[in-house]
Design a protein around this ligand. Structure first.
Ligand SMILES: Nc1ncnc2c1ncn2[C@@H]1O[C@H](COP(=O)(O)OP(=O)(O)OP(=O)(O)O)[C@@H](O)[C@H]1O
Ligand SMILES: [Mg+2]
Length: 524
């Protein structure tokens, strides 16, 4: 607002000629002018035309100028008010200034003092408006910054709270001041019991805390003042120490230690998994030792017989030699005995090498395997024992079966376990059938081990693959056989099924994916 034409003045004076003269003067100077003969009318006019400047006489009948000023400042605080006083009314003029009048002029009003007062009023009005605009802008900016700040803080809080890892923050004196939801869940503290109450050392054992601090200060795990994937234990609310992995960083502020932030990961599941794996390895080993013991007994007989035969034939051959010169007939006999010695020795060697494969290193080694050969090896090792138990055996392997891939020692262990179980289930003899064929889709080979034994009671059936589940008398079974079978077959990408009828018999079915795999069909 610069030219006078933008300015509106309301003039309040009870004297009509003063109103007239002033109106003309101000209009000449370019102002919009409205006038009123008394205070009340003047106020009403102000409400309607919203002037920037009001000029009011002080002494008026009814509402006087001071009252007009007070009311105006209440209703329209931005309006500049100039009061007109008679000569010698200095006290009233001062009172008006105290009530925030912008100026006073004395009657009779001279042009100079009028326009001087108007200029000042305009200046005051303009600067007040600028200050107001500026303040409003500042307030707006302030509010926006405050909102942005509170949004950012809320986001960071959310970030910390939602982290899957536990997050713990502490001040330089190690008082814990941040402890997120995952940390609470892991260690079982509620926020009020830990935040601003506990120090970092309170959630460690003394020894571990010392080790933690030394490692943090050292350059080894992730650098100085940092720890990366550091394994330790933290004390939970109920006093239990939980295995955790911590990554920590010392916070610095202008070169000074400002605290510490730790990311905490629960290691319990990992530890359980490690334990489970080591248990499984242990079980596999134990089962092998047990089976080996039983096999050895069987193998001793198996080797004893051919060895006795060999000795026998050697004796006969020595006698032939003792007789001096060899007739053609004796030479033939000699050859025959030699061939028998050779075949019996080869048989022994096959049995021993079967045992060797069986007892070989426990880590799986993959090789292509012919199912028929696998079955034959197992039969060689257990045939004698089956004979002793009056169990007849029928082996049927479909011709040209596809190969499977696996560890022959481990698969042998599976089949031997199933054969021994079948044998145990037929104490008074029976029939064992071993059948190898391919499934109709051609993607897997099946090996069935079927007995005519006691069968498995429905109550036992859901448990037979659990380690150490046995129904056998003490000293007769440990309960590791089937869990081992299950573990091995699963590792080979195969599956184990069982069908059983009490009093009739049981069939175990092993399924192994063929090698090389048949594309487009699902493995078992
Ligand atoms: N062919 C079967 N006929 C009847 N029951 C069987 C047969 N195979 C397994 N079972 C049942 O399953 C149980 C678990 O067998 P598993 O081979 O795991 O252990 P086990 O034979 O008792 O002991 P281990 O094999 O360790 O010497 C057996 O105790 C038995 O009750
Ligand atoms: Mg068994």
């Amino acid at each position: 607002m610069s030219s006078s034409g933008d300015w509106t003045i309301v003039l309040i004076d009870d004297e009509a000629d003063i109103r007239e003269v002033m109106t003309l003067m101000l209009q000449d100077a370019g102002y919009h002018v409205f006038s009123a003969p008394d205070g009340l009318a003047g106020l009403g006019l102000c409400d309607r035309v919203s002037p920037q400047i009001v000029m009011t006489d002080i002494r008026m009948p009814g509402m006087d100028g001071i009252q007009v000023l007070q009311t105006l400042k209440l209703r329209h605080p931005e309006v500049e008010v100039i009061v007109a006083t008679a000569y010698g009314e200095m006290e009233l003029a001062i009172r008006a200034l105290q009530l925030d009048a912008s100026d006073f002029i004395t009657k009779p009003i001279s042009d100079t003092s009028l326009f001087l007062a108007l200029d000042r009023a305009r200046q005051r009005f303009t600067s007040r408006r600028q200050i107001q605009d500026y303040t409003r802008l500042l307030e707006h900016e302030n509010a926006r910054t405050a909102q942005e700040l509170s949004d950012a803080i809320a986001f960071q809080k959310n970030l910390i709270e939602s982290s899957i890892d536990g997050i713990l923050g502490c001040r330089a004196d190690s008082l814990i001041v941040i402890f997120n939801r995952s940390a609470m869940r892991l260690l079982g503290y509620d926020r009020n019991r830990i935040l601003n109450h506990l120090y970092l050392k309170d959630i460690f054992s003394p020894d571990e805390f010392e080790r933690f601090q030394t490692s943090l200060a050292a350059d080894t795990y992730g650098g100085k003042s940092r720890l990366y994937l550091y394994e330790t234990a933290l004390r939970s609310y109920n006093g239990e120490f939980l295995p955790v992995q911590i990554s920590a960083t010392v916070l610095m502020d202008q070169g000074a230690d400002a605290g510490l932030v730790c990311f905490i990961r629960d290691l319990r599941e990992l530890r359980q998994l490690e334990q489970k794996m080591s248990d499984q390895v242990q079980i596999l080993h134990q089962d092998k030792m047990i089976s080996l013991g039983r096999l050895a007994a069987s193998v001793v007989h198996e080797i004893n017989n051919p060895l006795a035969g060999v000795l026998n034939y050697m004796g006969l051959m020595r006698r032939i030699l003792d007789k001096g010169t060899l007739s053609a007939e004796r030479l033939n006999k000699f050859r025959e005995f030699l061939e028998l010695v050779e075949s019996e020795t080869r048989r022994c060697s096959r049995i021993v090498s079967g045992l060797l494969t069986f007892s070989r290193k426990s880590s799986a080694s993959l090789e292509p395997i012919q199912i028929e050969e696998l079955v034959n090896r197992c039969m060689l090792l257990s045939r004698h024992k089956l004979d002793l138990h009056h169990i007849s055996v029928e082996v049927f392997a479909a011709s040209s079966l596809p190969m499977v891939q696996g560890d022959i020692g481990q698969l042998q262990q599976c089949l031997i376990n199933l054969i021994f179980n079948a044998m145990d289930a037929m104490p008074d003899g029976g029939k064992l059938e071993i059948r190898a064929d391919a499934v109709s889709s051609g993607h897997a080979v099946r090996v069935l081990v079927k007995d005519t034994g006691t069968g498995i009671a429905p109550g036992d059936l859901p448990h037979i693959f659990e380690p150490f589940y046995t129904t056998k008398k003490e000293g007769y079974g440990v309960g590791l056989g089937l869990s081992t079978v299950y573990g091995i077959i699963e590792k080979h990408g195969g599956a184990v099924q069982v069908e059983s009828a009490v009093g009739k018999g049981t069939t175990f079915i092993l399924q192994l994916p063929v090698f090389p795999p048949v594309s487009g069909v699902k493995a078992p």
